[in-house]
Each structure stands twice: as C-alpha cells, then as structure tokens.
Design a protein around this ligand. Sequence first.
Ligand SMILES: *Cc1c(COP(=O)(O)O)cnc(C)c1O
Length: 351
Amino acid sequence: MDNLSLAPQTSAAEEFNFDQFEFGVTPTTHWWHASYADGAWDKGALNLFGKISLSPFALCFHYGQTVFEALKAFRLRNGRISTFRPREHWERLNRSLERMCMAPIPEELFFSGLEELLKADSNWVPAEKDTALYIRPFVIATEPRLGVKPSEEYLFAIVCTPIRHLYNHPLQVKMETHFVRATEGGVGYTKCGGNYAASLYPASLARGEGYDQLIWTDALHHRYMEESGTMNLMFYFNDTLITPPVGDSILKGITRDSILTLARDSGIRVEERPLAYTELQQVLEKGIKAEVFGVGTAVVVVPIARLNINGRDYYPYTGPDALMYRLQQELESIRRGLVPDRFKWNYEIGE
Ligand SMILES: *Cc1c(COP(=O)(O)O)cnc(C)c1O
C-alpha cells in the first residue's frame, strides 16, 4: 500500500452524540481498503480512519473512473448487527464497475471487507429508531498516468458514518423538462461519480427557485418521470402502486425492489411502467387521491408534498394513513428484526 499514508484520524463511538448530528461528516474509527495492481486484488486491510495520498496524475482525478455504493447496517432487536441486502449491493457495484471499465470486486473480498470493518466498528451501529450506520464502499482509479484509458490500478475502500433519515420533512419538487440525468445507452443505471456531478447544477437551479429537489424526466421527450435526486419514484393512485421500469436510465434501487416486494406480498397491485407526468396531472386535477414518493437507502421513503409541473403546483396526498408510511414501517420492522425476515434480506455480521 505505498500510495496510502495512514495518518490516523481517530474518532470514538463513545464520544459521538447519536441524538443530534449532521450526516456525512464523522467517520467511524476504522476504514477498510484493498488495492488492485498487476491484474489482481490484494487481500485488503483494516486501518484507523486516515487519509489517502495519491499522485496528482492518478486517473480518478481526471477522467472520472469512480463508482460507489451505499448500504446500511442496523442493530437488530436481539442486539446483533445486520446489513441490508449486501449481495445486491455487491452485484450492483460490479455492474457499475463493468460499465466504467474498472476491475470487478470478487464477492469474498467485498464480504470480508464488510465483515472486518463492521466487527471492528460494531459500537458505531446505533440501536435508536430511525438511525443506522451508513456504509459507503467505493472504487477509484489510482494509476498515475495522464491519458484517457482504463486504469490498471484501483483502490477499493469502505468507510462508514452514522445516519438518520436524511429528509424528515416532505419534499417540494419541480418537474425538470430541460436538463437530463440519463439516457438510453448511457450510464444512468450505474452509481458512477459523474452522474452526481452532472446533477448538481440543475438541482442548484431548482433550489434557487425554492424546491428541495427535481424530478428527472426521460431524455428523449421529457414526458415520462424517471427519478428524483438519488431516489427511485413511486406513485399510488386508483389502488395501484406504479413505478417506472428500471433500464439504462433508471437505477435499479434495492429499496425500490424491497418496497415493491412488500406491496405485492400484501396484495397491492403493482405496475412497473413508464408514467407520463400528464397522466399524473390528470389524476391530481380530477381530485383523485394520489401519493408521490421517493425511495432509496439514505432516505428510505420520503413523501413529495408539492409538485410543480410547468409552473403549476399540485399537492399529492401525504396524510398519516398513506400507503407509503405503512410500507416504510414494514421495511423498518424487518430491518430491526421486529418481525420475521421472510424474504431473507438481513445479513447478520458475527461479532
Ligand atoms: C442509489 C440511488 C437510488 C436508490 O437505490 P437504493 O439501492 O435503494 O439505495 C436511486 N436512484 C439513484 C440515482 C441512486 O443513485
């Protein structure tokens, strides 16, 4: 590991205030990292959280070969630690890596890193409701070379930080009909760094107009709703839960899949199909009760309370008996070990 300087930057769980904190600034005590060179990964190592030192020539700084994942660890009612559907996160990481022409992560490497880190930092996994440990695996190109080409060296790292539900207030969003997030044949289905860089400017314009977030529409016609921020979108009206189908431009969210599974399991009709905003508009104009919400690992489920379409405001249903809250509750109960894990989603970490 000659490209890593491990100046420790220790923080202790005992000194951390889990009742009040800002998300994303405090690392847990350790991080875990592995290096790829000469066509192979090393076996990885656990270290005190520290700094990475890289050549300014490192390819990640120039041509954007960076991908990440985001998953959570929960404290089960029985006191054990569980991560949520890590295998699906590992699979998606490799789909992103393949599209970015980066070295795939072997399953054993991913899981040995995850287990070693969570065992070392187990006292960072909070037991409080609505709180979890956010786990961020990422891979960056480290080969020092100026020139557009796939890197032959990589760093795979896992870092963690405590999290509460990110948005605890309902969102006000705007239908985006100019800027584009993703398109057919593009990279929208990956968690590559560039996707998020490209979203910042349109999102900041929307924020300047008083919205929390925007809804991305399809790149070709700006007609079909695709995603919102880093969330998949769901709609519930006329007793049907509708969500856009995953594909090149829509990320295959694991929360999305979990919510759909729970809905189907409780007998709710589910449709995975493109939904034009004009269809939603008509529903809302007729006064039909319609829920609009985002789903994702960070937020779990977040209601959209105001929706602006071409200058007109609409107010989807966010009452306490909304389906989205019930599905969120069911998901939380499984992840906390309060009800049987009937879909085998929880992956327990041996301490
Ligand atoms: C991560 C992400 C999601 C949500 O995926 P989960 O697996 O549920 O966390 C949705 N859309 C985008 C663009 C994302 O980056």
